[in-house]
Structures are given as structure tokens and as C-alpha cells.
Design a protein around this ligand. Structure first.
Ligand code: TMP
Length: 236
């Protein structure tokens, strides 16, 4: 399958059309941004790691009954995916207080919570992806109630599957961000990526950060951290 035309260039990926109107090719870049584009840089080989880790985890999720946009990995950085219309929401799933939730609620990072927390943000860079709730989503008709219920159900299932899987690799899943899309026949599927860019991964024992927070917070060591995640999950 060949790339035909560049459809879109995002902060971390390019998306190309193909000869098949139902399929796209995603091309992962090494470019890294944080703070809605305020901080820019590169993380060497990030594109390769995020492509491979995303596909590895999406295959696992498919096996566990969560439909995804994944079709086929065609190179280190490129994957064929189903064309979807993206539901304009970022779904954030949180197990342990960190990042913006820790700041918002005045909690120390690492504080466990009694229940998994689901948050929705409206995907709009110009507005800074504001947090919204079910009422906003219904009022703006970003998706139907049935679709949102399914998105919430899949998000919690993904959390269960990934938390257990990552624990085996000595990685604690602190929180993560998901995006969903609708295929041409109206099926809701998991889209976008699941990678150290979009998840907080902590070493279970040392609590060392193995994710993009190292870049966001100028801690250094992001390249080694990304490599370590791929090594723990895929043995390479
Ligand atoms: P937050 O604590 O900054 O709200 O982030 C929560 C989780 O969602 C964290 O794992 C990083 C991820 N995330 C993204 O992948 N993209 C985003 O634009 C944001 C705000 C968070």
C-alpha cells in the first residue's frame, strides 16, 4: 500500500491517504511538544518506539475485545489504519493522582485514588483542550449518549487490560489519554496512539518516570526511558 497525499500533519504524526478510501497511513515523527506546543524538541527514535508500542498494545486490546483502528504495521514508523472520523474528545483515565489532576485538587503526585477517574477534554488546541462533562458533550452533539457510554466502557476495559499487562513488565500505569473514532459503518473504535507520549508510566518499584514527563519537566533521559518501555514490553 502506497501513500498518496498528505492529509494532515499533527504535532507527533503525519497522516496520508492511500488508494483505498477506507484506509490511511500514519507516519510517526520524532518531534516532541509539550504545553500545547509551547515547548518543542525531538526525542531520537520516538517515532519508531511509539509506532511499535502503540501497535503492540492495540493488538493486545483487540484480542481482549476492544476494537481499534489498527490494520497493519508496514515499517518502523508507518502503520495502516482504518479511516475514522475522530470523536473530538480526549478521554483521560487516571489511577493515581499526577499531572494536572494533582495540581487541580492539591494532591501530592503519586497519591492513590479509591476509584478510577475518567475525564473528557474537548479537542481544540486554540482553546487549550478544555475539560468538559457529559452535559457539554450532549449539548454540543460531539457524540451520542450511546456512543459516549461505549467510549467510557472501552476506556475502563483498556485500563484493566493495560494495567495488568504493564504490571508484568514492572510498569505502573498512572494515567493515560485515549481518542476514539467512528468508522464509515458507524463503529466506535480506539484510534490515535498509546505510547510514552500519551501515558504516565512509572517503574513499579523505584517510581522512576518512563514517559514524556521527562521531556515536559526538563528532567532529561527521555530517550532512554522510551527505549526502556519498548524493551520491557517487546524485549528489544
Ligand atoms: P494531565 O495530567 O496533563 O492532564 O495528563 C493526563 C494524561 O494524559 C497523561 O498521561 C498525559 C496524557 N495527555 C496527552 O496524551 N495529551 C494531552 O494533550 C494531555 C493534556 C494529556
Amino acid at each position: 500500500m502506497q501513500k498518496v497525499k498528505e492529509l494532515y500533519e499533527g504535532k507527533a504524526k503525519k497522516v496520508w491517504t492511500t488508494e483505498d478510501p477506507e484506509l490511511l497511513i500514519v507516519d510517526y515523527k520524532d518531534d516532541a511538544t509539550a504545553g500545547n506546543g509551547a515547548k518543542k524538541g525531538t526525542i531520537h527514535d520516538k517515532g519508531i518506539i511509539n509506532n511499535r508500542v502503540t501497535n503492540h498494545l492495540m493488538k493486545l486490546l483487540e484480542k481482549e475485545g476492544v476494537p481499534t483502528h489498527l490494520v497493519e504495521e508496514i515499517s518502523d514508523r508507518e502503520t495502516i489504519v482504518k479511516k475514522v472520523s475522530i470523536v473530538p474528545l480526549e478521554v483521560i483515565v487516571r489511577n493515581i493522582a499526577a499531572g494536572s489532576l494533582a495540581n487541580r485538587l492539591g494532591l501530592e503526585e503519586g497519591t492513590p485514588m479509591k476509584k478510577t477517574v475518567l475525564e473528557y477534554c474537548y479537542k481544540d488546541d486554540a482553546l487549550g483542550d478544555p475539560m468538559v462533562n457529559e452535559y457539554h458533550i450532549m449539548a454540543m452533539e460531539w457524540c451520542t449518549k450511546e456512543e459516549l457510554d461505549l467510549i467510557a466502557k472501552y476506556s475502563l476495559k483498556i485500563n484493566e487490560v493495560l494495567s495488568a499487562y504493564l504490571k508484568e513488565a514492572n510498569i505502573q500505569l498512572i494515567d493515560f489519554k485515549l481518542e476514539f473514532g467512528k468508522t464509515s459503518d458507524g463503529t466506535i473504535v480506539l484510534a490515535d496512539e498509546i505510547s510514552p507520549d500519551t501515558c504516565r508510566f512509572w517503574d513499579t518499584v523505584t517510581k522512576e518516570k518512563l514517559d514524556k514527563d521527562r521531556f515536559r519537566r526538563d528532567m532529561g533521559g527521555e530517550e532512554d526511558a522510551y527505549k526502556e518501555v519498548m524493551k520491557r514490553l517487546m524485549g528489544e
